[in-house]
Design a binder for this molecule. Structure first.
Ligand code: 6R9
Length: 657
């Protein structure tokens, strides 16, 4: 059987070639104290959310959010439009901050912050309440109110979280733009969202250097037609920050001088909370819209279930607030749950490669949530940086953003978790608002590389190209067949793209854009993006499985595989590999091909292997296979590259052609 490359992205079932049979049950001690501690408890929650969703979510919302006015209806669903907790009034900022002060927990530490240069700050929930109220008062003074969009382009400082929460306090909509994007990207996002206020800082500390954020913002504002004011935080100092009279104001002048008493506004449940731009595989970035009550509840409950949160935890999510992970698991989830969050401003390798472990030791972090790309970097940097530190405070580890290759999982488990911490491999998306599939650390035996089972309220389906469910042996397109409170409510200003992208394939179901399979234990394995499937002689292979086979070789650090056109096979497998220290030669190349063949069979053996010093990644750390496809096929780079971290790595790959 042969296939053309075009077939590769059309869906259908996928061959599964990598077998993983290691199983890691949680320790009896972890289970004993866990929030969800028996399989029965999970099954009851899961069945209730599936079979009687209105009753289930009514109780959840009443118990876990504050309501200024009760809702009258739990969910109105007419695909693709969902409305949750209709008629009710709540406020996400109130739930994150004021609720704890009201309940007598105002002295609890909300944020422990450390800047890259080593400066430190902690904020209790009470202090956070005052800061957030001041910021909201400043917004009002600057003419920002309900429904106005505020663009935030800031370093990872407490003021970034404060700026987000202050929007929520008055019903303004934040659009956080990762502080690494270009002026062009900022302007596009400002214009698409009709942003009224822009918030930034003079500069940002990165690996000991100061990046002049305000200069970039000035360039962006020249092309942003709707922004009226720009609020500037002094972070890095110096006298050379350009300020435009009448437009730009300093944070210390307009925020710090406010009384800090403004209460949270009661807001309709479906009031827009934020827009977050995410790059589509082609075309311009999409502004994913989330609204207040449903998102807030989903962020809170998923945080509590998955991270087994307890009052004395020191929780650290290493993401930047510029990504959904920072929104849901630095700000809205943990803060609604009243957690103590560590927030770190800088790079993981400044001043040295042990910065993260220094932070874990110093602050006695108990829960660490990071990304596979970081784990692979730590492996490459060497165990000696980890060995210097006492990581015994850790009790739970999390992973998000990409599939974690089983060998990286094992290193994370042994080296960071000391063999005792459960790992929660959390699968979700900007669009889903919060975690959808993940182990529950007290009850789920984990398998390296699997995100295991769906959370209560998540009904996954694996379908072929015409929407029929496929049998569990084979992978297919992953859909979600019931609405859940945290789901996106639209693409800002583009209702047609919203339907086309997420709801047109299988009527009434949300199409995730990922492929997955379910094993005989009911565990889910994410197989990568639908567009990334490789079709070799009619066999559809998942990128992650071939990559994981490569990464399991001791001298391979990271791997990305893509299909390239091949006259005979339809597609051939091209692999891009970074190595630890080994010299690159023909012998190594042969050994690697042999290794993959042994691990997963001849079919998946790469035809080409290219060694490179770095893989092209999005700024949030995901491997950009789309660009590598072009490189492998010798094509010009196409599509949107605005989220690309390292164009230089692409350039060096092309030079080798
Ligand atoms: C939270 C986040 C979403 C895409 C998603 C999938 C990939 C995320 C994953 C994972 C395998 C995991 N992804 N977590 N793949 N295992 N645990 O990353 O959101 O930036 O929107 O990306 O990331 O492909 O569809 P977002």
């Amino acid at each position: 059987m042969s296939a053309t490359p075009a077939d590769a992205s059309q869906g259908g079932s996928i061959d599964h070639v990598l077998t993983e049979d290691r199983l890691f049950p949680p320790s009896a001690e972890f289970t004993k104290n866990a929030v969800i501690s028996t399989q029965d408890q999970y099954e009851q929650l899961y069945a209730a959310a599936r079979d009687t969703p209105d009753d289930f979510w009514r109780d959840q919302a009443n118990e876990h959010l504050h309501w200024f006015e009760p809702f009258s209806e739990v969910c109105q669903w007419e695909a693709p439009d969902a409305k949750w907790f209709v008629g009710g009034k709540t406020n996400a900022c109130y739930n994150c901050v004021d609720a704890h002060v009201e309940a007598g927990r105002g002295d609890k530490t909300a944020i422990i912050w450390e800047g890259e240069p080593g400066d430190k700050r902690t904020l209790s929930y009470r202090e956070l309440q005052t800061e957030v109220a001041k910021c909201a008062e400043a917004y009002q003074q600057l003419g920002v109110g309900l429904g106005d969009v505020v663009s935030i382009y800031m370093p990872m400082t407490p003021e970034l979280a404060i700026a987000m929460l202050a929007c929520a306090r008055i019903g303004a909509i934040h659009s956080v733009i990762f502080a690494g994007f270009s002026a062009e990207s900022i302007a596009d996002r400002n214009n698409d969202a009709s942003a009224k206020l822009m918030i930034t800082s003079d500069g940002l500390n990165r690996r000991g250097k100061v990046l002049p954020l305000k200069q970039t913002v000035d360039e962006a504002l020249d092309k942003s037609t709707t922004v009226e004011k720009c609020l500037v935080l002094r972070r890095t100092g110096g006298d050379d920050t350009p300020m435009t009279e009448g437009r730009d104001v300093w944070w210390h002048d307009v925020v710090d001088t406010q009384p800090g008493v403004l209460p949270a506004t009661p807001l309709e449940s479906e009031t827009p909370l934020f827009i977050l731009y995410t790059s589509g595989s082609t075309g311009k970035p999409k502004g994913i819209l989330h609204t207040t009550a449903g998102y807030n509840l989903w962020a809170r409950r998923t945080f509590e279930w998955v991270f087994d949160h307890r009052d004395d935890d020191i929780y650290w999510c290493t993401a930047d607030c510029g990504w959904i992970t920072g929104h849901s698991y630095i700000v809205y989830g943990p803060m609604t749950a009243g957690a103590t969050c560590l927030m770190y401003e800088g790079a993981p390798n400044h001043p040295a490669e042990d910065r993260f472990w220094d932070l874990v030791e110093k602050y006695k972090v108990t829960i660490l949530y990071t990304a596979p790309t970081a784990v692979r970097a730590f492996i490459k940097w060497g165990d000696e940086h980890v060995d210097k530190h006492d990581l015994s405070s850790l009790r739970l580890l999390g992973s998000v953003g990409e599939g974690i290759n089983p060998e990286a999982w094992m290193w994370y488990h042994e080296k960071i978790g000391g063999g005792k911490c459960p790992i929660v491999d959390t699968w979700w998306q900007t669009e889903t608002g919060g975690i959808m599939m993940s182990p529950l650390p007290g009850i789920t035996p984990t398998k390296p590389g699997s995100c295991t089972k769906p959370l209560p309220g998540v009904i996954p389906k694996i379908v072929d190209e015409i929407g029929n469910e496929v049998d569990s042996e084979h992978g297919g397109k992953l859909c979600i067949s019931q609405p859940w409170p945290g789901m996106l409510r639209g693409i800002w200003g583009d209702p047609k793209r919203f339907v086309d992208q997420y709801f047109s394939d299988v009527p009434g179901q949300y199409l995730t854009g990922d492929n997955a399979r379910r094993d005989s234990d009911g565990y889910y394995w994410i197989m990568g993006r639908i567009d990334d499937v490789i079709n070799v002689s009619g066999h559809r292979l998942s990128t992650i499985e071939v990559e994981s086979a490569l990464v399991s070789h001791p001298d391979v650090c990271e791997a990305a595989v893509v299909g390239r056109p091949d006259d005979l096979k339809g597609q051939a497998i091209a692999a891009f590999v970074t190595t630890t220290n080994r010299e690159v030669n023909d012998e190594f190349l042969k050994e690697l091909k042999q290794h993959v063949r042994k691990q997963i069979g001849a079919l998946a053996q790469p035809d080409d292997i290219r060694f490179t010093s770095a893989l092209p990644k999005t700024r949030s750390g995901k491997i950009m296979r789309r660009l590598l496809r072009d490189v492998a096929a010798g094509r010009e780079l196409a599509g949107d590259t605005s989220t690309l971290e390292d164009l230089a790595s692409i350039a060096s790959l092309q030079e080798k052609d």
